[in-house]
Design a protein around this ligand. Sequence first.
Ligand code: NAD
Ligand code: FES
Length: 291
Amino acid sequence: MYKILKKKELTTNIYLMDVEAPRTARSCQPGQFVIVRMDGEGERIPLTICDYDREKGTVTIVFQSVGAGTVMMAGLQEGDSFQDFVGPLGCPSELTKEPLEELRNKKILFVAGGVGAAPVYPQVKWLHENAVSADVIVGSKTKELLILEKEMEAVAGNLYITTDDGSYGRSGMVTQTIKDLVAEGKQYDICIAIGPMIMMKFVCLLTKELGIPTVVSLNPIMVDGTGMCGACRVTVDGKVKFACVDGPEFDGHAVNFDEAMRRQQIYKTQEGRAMLKLEEGDTHHGGCGNC
Ligand code: NAD
Ligand code: FES
């Protein structure tokens, strides 16, 4: 069992939890994720790791209570436990594999949308701890939904907050701030965009035009997290990839976002899963609990 040591509501329906998971905390790297399950019957919920403390043996997760599983999760309190806390899963961020000297010469831009600020934070923190500076744009619908501002401020080179309704920081979506920064003379060698699929799609369309290589972190439907069930299938550069083992990071300019968003929608119903099976062949589409 994996005990919840701390629980905090960051804003309406968005929660942070520190979970006692020493083995995961010892080996996880920025960019990786975990799959949690409250009990034997519970839904498997994939969550990108937001932070970790190797000495205390804790892993921090941030989630939004939107579906049945996450709403039940939000009901857990400090002292309660998860039955399963599987991870670290997926590949660590590519940035963590590059020589630090090269990284220090790079102009790096992170773009975080909404809850996507949680998976962006450990990457920027890791870079900061290794004396690598990165600019960060955090986009939120409105001021009340903004999360991790103070934490991000402490590790970002420059932090640009933008709200869709203009209630705080700059006004407009993250793509507007990218355009503004470039128009102000900023140049970037790489962009890492994490947030809702639609945001990543439009950031990639823009950065392709601007000639900025872009990495995205995909968080599609996941079931087993080990490459067996096929639920997290995405097409990248015309090839089938599985986000849980080949990703979650991919070259954003090569991802077929329209297909990924369509799959995410269809997957929500039993009928839709049957249709995917028909379209995509024998790949098992999960949900049956047999994997
Ligand atoms: P949101 O809808 O509030 O959007 C966040 C920001 O993204 C907006 O403020 C805006 O700046 C930008 N954005 C949205 N649509 C855009 C568009 N069409 N063009 C340009 N920019 C746009 O975000 P949310 O409610 O926090 O998102 C929740 C979704 O994000 C969930 O579906 C969740 O699964 C996903 N998510 C993904 C990851 C990941 O690892 N990729 C992590 C956390 C959450
Ligand atoms: Fe990736 Fe099953 S979740 S293949």
